[in-house]
Design a protein around this ligand. Sequence first.
Ligand SMILES: CC(C)(COP(=O)(O)OP(=O)(O)OC[C@H]1O[C@@H](n2cnc3c(N)ncnc32)[C@H](O)[C@@H]1OP(=O)(O)O)[C@@H](O)C(=O)NCCC(=O)NCCS
Length: 159
Amino acid sequence: MHVEELTAERIDDLEPLWSELREHHGEVGEVDLPVRIREDSWAIRRGHYADWLGREEGFGFVARDDDGRAIGYAMVHVMGPGATLQTGPRVADVETLSVASGARGQGIGSALLEAVEARLRELGISDVVIGVMAGNDDARRLYEKLGFKPFVTELIKRL
Ligand SMILES: CC(C)(COP(=O)(O)OP(=O)(O)OC[C@H]1O[C@@H](n2cnc3c(N)ncnc32)[C@H](O)[C@@H]1OP(=O)(O)O)[C@@H](O)C(=O)NCCC(=O)NCCS
């Protein structure tokens, strides 16, 4: 396994991993909403990734196996400062972290987050957030182990 930078031309390599994440959210999520169909979900997500990379407002890392197959990725969006807490001028949001179901629990997610943190240090960005869906306790455990603390709790209501 090796970790490499994501380039805009290779965004579509991520689709199967995004789809697995979407399914996982459907399984663990505690909210009574169905997940979007695969194509629609990827079209929305892909649009964001292309936009962030195109505007240089984000970056990503891909983990590949020895055959070059993408087995995990992290995608980061760099935003402006929060208005209440005194963050630095830029705050990074790890928008996606996904590892292929057959490759979880082998350190790939941790390696991707390490690559993200190393890049953020290079960029002089000292604040990073990561969202986790209510019910995704396994992912949350990993983030807390790596030093993330609970921050915002977002609630949802369907009218
Ligand atoms: C969460 C995820 C990215 C972590 O990547 P990973 O490569 O499995 O994680 P690592 O091997 O580096 O670290 C292992 C830790 O991850 C967590 N973890 C989450 N899901 C796991 C899984 N299916 N298998 C094993 N560990 C998992 C645990 O905290 C584990 O620590 P533990 O062994 O002490 O319990 C990955 O499991 C995944 O893609 N899960 C499904 C999608 C998802 O939840 N993404 C995060 C959205 S916020």
